[in-house]
Each structure stands twice: as structure tokens, then as C-alpha cells.
Design a protein around this ligand. Structure first.
Ligand SMILES: C[C@@]1(CC(=O)O)c2cc3[nH]c(cc4nc(cc5[nH]c(cc(n2)[C@H]1CCC(=O)O)[C@@](C)(CC(=O)O)[C@@H]5CCC(=O)O)C(CC(=O)O)=C4CCC(=O)O)c(CCC(=O)O)c3CC(=O)O
Ligand SMILES: NC(=O)C1=CN([C@@H]2O[C@H](COP(=O)(O)OP(=O)(O)OC[C@H]3O[C@@H](n4cnc5c(N)ncnc54)[C@H](O)[C@@H]3O)[C@@H](O)[C@H]2O)C=CC1
Length: 210
């Protein structure tokens, strides 16, 4: 499967079923701000609260095949395999569908996720061991948590100057590699020295040619 970052802001998402797994899926989707509708005769308490506060919409009935029409992303999350299969059959081939009890026939999976300071971690084991995915995610998350947010701002600023400045391709590559060196991670003095060097080259491009 192709891993990619997809912008689902304001995109129509339909979740069929309103149980525990549906709630788990909806909770992980919400921070990406899609437009979620749940179709289910019964809803988990957590989902009721989201409906009451207008965060998601609820259609209180069983699935009908027209429900998936025009939706970007579909989640078949009922506890009835036959219904989940009908959801799948109702979809067009270009719709993204996740079937909670049929990973092999789903067109996308949910990885173990973590997001902080614009860094996103997503780990999947392709269904072999979701718990391993979770553990690996926690290990990578600890690395990201240990990063000084100032260091990330430094990397952002360096890259901006390198992209905008008059540097050769080779110089760009060297500078972008150099700012990743270990000593810049936690040493703000080293970072300022490096930044001064880049600013000097940025404002005096003739020095690049020496
Ligand atoms: C295919 C996939 C769904 C998809 O996306 O299509 C899938 C499928 C299934 N999971 C099952 C069980 C469990 N899943 C978890 C946990 C997580 N499951 C997640 C993803 C995925 N799970 C996708 C594959 C991802 C991958 O492999 O990398 C994580 C990573 C992300 C998330 O859920 O958001 C999240 C951890 C991260 C977090 O918590 O942050 C736990 C442990 C726990 O909850 O602590 C258990 C119990 C232990 C066990 O069974 O291993 C069952 C059996 C159901 C049954 O027995 O009926 C199925 C169905 C099947 O295997 O057929
Ligand atoms: N992918 C995953 O990570 C996991 C998947 N599962 C699978 O997820 C399935 C669902 O589990 P839970 O959410 O715990 O079940 P649940 O019993 O909490 O919820 C089932 C929901 O489906 C709804 N439903 C039933 N028939 C429907 C229909 N015709 N139309 C619309 N809604 C309908 C019910 O109203 C209920 O809200 C399980 O059968 C299991 O196979 C379970 C654990 C993990």
C-alpha cells in the first residue's frame, strides 16, 4: 500500500456503525477536520456527545447503499460482516474504504499515529501486529518528544534561507545536511553560529563563488 499524507479537511466521511470501533476511528479522524456523518440505529455514548455538540452528524437508521454516494472516505464499522460487505459493494472503486473486519479488502488502513511540532509518525505492520505498530510508534514518538522545538524552528529557517538564497545545488545539499549534525540538536550557541554563517552567505552571495 502507498503511504501518503492526505488532506481530508472538510471532506465528506461516512462511518457505518456507531459502536466502539466506529468511535475509535472517528476520534482519530477528528483532528484532521473532516465532515463526518455516522449512520447507525444505535450510538455509543461518546458519539452522542459529539452529535450533541455538532461535531459530527448522525443518521439514526440502518445502512442504505445510497449513503456512500459522493463521499471521499468510507468506514464500514458495523459488527455485521454481511452489512460491511454491502457497504464495500456500494462503493465506487475510486472511493477510499476501510472495512473493520476485512483488512485485506480495505483500500486503506489506520496506522499507529503521532503528531507533534509538524512532525508526523505513522507506523503500520500491515495487520501482522497492531500492538507492535503501537510500540514502534511510541519509540519514535519519544525521539520526537526529546527534540527541542527551537531546533525544529532552526531547521525551518535554515531551509527557507537555503531555498531562497543564491546557492549552487551542491552548496544547498551540504548546508541542509550540515544543520542536521548532532551538536545543533541541543546547543543554541552552535545554532546561532551556523545561522550567522548562512545569513552571511545569503546576503553576500558573491562569497559563495570563492
Ligand atoms: C488492519 C487494522 C485496521 C485497519 O486500519 O484496517 C487493524 C485490525 C485489527 N486490529 C485488531 C485488534 C487490535 N487492534 C489494536 C490496536 C490498534 N490497531 C490499529 C490498526 C489496525 N488494526 C490496522 C492494522 C495496522 C497495523 O497492523 O499496523 C492501530 C495501530 C491504529 C488504530 O486503531 O487507530 C491501533 C494501535 C495504535 C493506538 O492505539 O494508538 C489492539 C491493541 C490495543 O487496542 O491496544 C488490538 C487487540 C490486540 C490484537 O488483536 O492484536 C483486530 C482484531 C479484532 C478482533 O479480534 O475482532 C483487527 C482485525 C483483524 O485483524 O482482522
Ligand atoms: N479494525 C480494528 O481495529 C478492529 C475491528 N474489530 C471489528 O469491528 C467490529 C465492530 O466492533 P465494535 O465497534 O466493538 O461493535 P459494537 O457492537 O460496539 O458496534 C456495532 C455497531 O454497528 C451498528 N450496526 C449494526 N448493524 C448496522 C447496520 N445495518 N447499519 C448501520 N449500523 C449498524 C450498531 O448499531 C452498533 O452501533 C467487530 O465485529 C470486529 O470484527 C474489532 C476490534 C478491532
Amino acid at each position: 500500500m502507498l503511504p501518503m499524507m492526505v488532506n481530508i479537511r472538510n471532506k465528506k466521511v461516512i462511518v457505518i456503525g456507531g459502536g466502539k470501533i466506529a468511535a475509535k476511528r472517528i476520534e482519530s479522524l477528528l483532528r484532521f477536520q473532516p465532515n463526518i456523518t455516522v449512520v447507525s440505529p444505535v450510538l455509543e455514548e461518546r458519539l452522542h456527545d459529539l452529535v450533541k455538540s455538532d461535531v459530527i452528524e448522525h443518521i439514526a437508521r440502518s445502512f442504505h447503499k445510497s449513503d456512500v454516494k459522493g463521499t471521499f472516505l468510507v468506514i464500514a464499522a458495523t459488527d455485521d460482516t454481511a452489512v460491511n460487505q454491502r457497504v464495500k459493494e456500494s462503493c465506487q472503486t475510486n472511493q477510499l474504504i476501510n472495512i473493520v473486519d476485512d483488512p485485506a479488502n480495505s483500500s486503506f488502513h489506520f496506522p499507529a499515529m503521532y503528531e507533534k511540532n509538524e512532525i508526523t509518525i505513522a507506523v503500520t505492520t500491515s495487520g501482522i501486529s497492531p500492538m507492535l505498530a503501537k510500540n514502534l510508534r511510541d519509540e519514535f514518538a519519544a525521539i520526537v518528544d526529546g527534540m527541542d522545538p527551537e531546533y525544529l524552528l532552526f531547521l525551518k529557517e535554515v531551509r527557507h534561507l537555503v531555498k531562497e538564497g543564491q546557492f549552487t545545488k551542491e552548496q544547498k545539499r551540504i548546508l541542509l545536511k550540515e544543520c542536521l549534525e548532532e551538536w545543533y540538536h541541543s546547543n543554541s550557541i552552535q545554532r546561532s553560529i551556523f545561522m550567522d554563517k548562512i545569513l552571511d552567505l545569503y546576503y553576500h552571495p558573491q562569497k559563495n563563488k570563492r
